[in-house]
Ligand binder design. Structure first.
Ligand SMILES: NC(=O)C1=CN([C@@H]2O[C@H](COP(=O)(O)OP(=O)(O)OC[C@H]3O[C@@H](n4cnc5c(N)ncnc54)[C@H](OP(=O)(O)O)[C@@H]3O)[C@@H](O)[C@H]2O)C=CC1
Ligand SMILES: O=C(O)[C@@H]1CCC=N1
Length: 279
């Protein structure tokens, strides 16, 4: 329980966008002791509003209204493509809060310009925030105060591990690795499950074998041993693993993953450039 959170006034935290990432962050804040009445969420989707109100007890609205004026912290959790429009819709109601954006690609300098505020922090969590296990990168507008950085970190730390990077470019790289990363893992799990089914296991058994294998391997990897060493320990000379890994190497899977992360990085940079041109 964070005592600062428990003292928060009604409506002092506002979320613009109430989708899956906002839901994960709000759940983390409530678990950390922020009273639900301290949170107001604006999202045009009536079903989303209803779900958030019913499941988390937060105040909700469609179009932004004067409740936003009471916010000390505003979390921008809309898609990058609608962020600027959302800022324009909200600007008349904003006093001078701390702004935290989780939108991919949009740089602090653009956000600061659109919001006419230096109190801007960018964060890049991932969907593991839903289970309190996010790894979240943060970067701040150069003029942001140390106190604002601390508040942003306190907010994001309610859903997992946080670390700071020095620039928007670095945060774009974080986006490509840990922001999008859960999808790479789920892609692997899907393919692994299909492979297990292909050698005769039913769907449920294949899922369980894959999940327990991955969970055990991740647990072993916490030892700190290099991943390559752990792989070598499984791989007997002329054995089964060697035969399997030869196939993965032939398919250039390591290179494919490198290309995938590079493509995500390039896309994040393209988003940065696209919105910089609109400034
Ligand atoms: N998904 C992920 O893994 C991660 C996403 N992010 C970033 O988080 C942000 C949100 O992503 P995510 O939660 O997945 O997206 P969602 O689509 O789940 O949530 C976005 C919500 O914002 C609503 N919305 C659209 N326009 C407005 C507006 N003008 N004012 C208020 N709300 C609006 C949308 O409503 P409607 O659907 O009706 O348009 C939707 O409910 C994105 O910028 C993304 O880059 C960051 C880290 C990880
Ligand atoms: O795919 C995306 O653009 C977002 C950002 C990181 C994860 N999802």
């Amino acid at each position: 329980m964070n005592s600062e959170f428990s003292k928060a006034q009604a409506g002092s935290y506002a979320f613009i966008g109430g989708g899956q990432m906002a839901t994960a962050l709000i759940s983390g804040l409530i678990r950390a002791g922020l009273p639900p009445r301290a949170i107001v969420v604006f999202d045009p989707d009536a079903a989303q509003q209803e779900r958030l109100h019913a499941s988390l007890g937060v105040d909700v609205g469609g179009r932004v209204d004067d409740r936003l004026a009471g916010a000390e912290v505003v979390v921008w959790a809309v898609k990058p493509q609608v962020l600027r429009q959302a800022v324009q819709q909200a600007s008349a109601h904003l006093r001078a809060p701390l702004h935290i954006s989780i939108a991919a690609g949009i740089r602090c300098v653009e956000l600061s310009g659109w919001l006419a505020s230096a109190r801007v922090i960018r964060a890049m969590p991932n969907t593991s925030a839903l289970v309190g296990a996010s790894v979240t990168g943060l970067t701040a507008a150069p003029e942001a105060a140390a106190a604002d950085r601390r508040v942003a970190q306190d907010v994001l730390a309610t859903t997992g591990h946080c670390f700071w990077v020095e620039s928007d470019e670095r945060l774009n790289a974080v986006t490509a690795v840990s922001g999008s990363g859960p999808a790479y893992v789920f892609h692997f799990l899907e393919a692994f499950q299909a492979a297990a089914q292909a050698v005769g296991f039913d769907e449920v058994t294949a899922r369980e074998l894959v999940l327990k294998t991955v969970a055990g391997a991740v647990q072993q990897a916490q030892s700190g041993d290099p991943f390559g060493t752990l792989r070598e320990r499984v791989t007997s000379r002329h054995g089964t693993t060697e035969a399997a890994l030869a196939q993965l190497d032939a398919a250039r899977t390591a290179q494919a993953l490198k290309d995938a992360v590079a493509a995500a990085c390039t896309r994040a940079e393209a988003l940065s450039t696209e919105f910089a041109q609109q400034a």
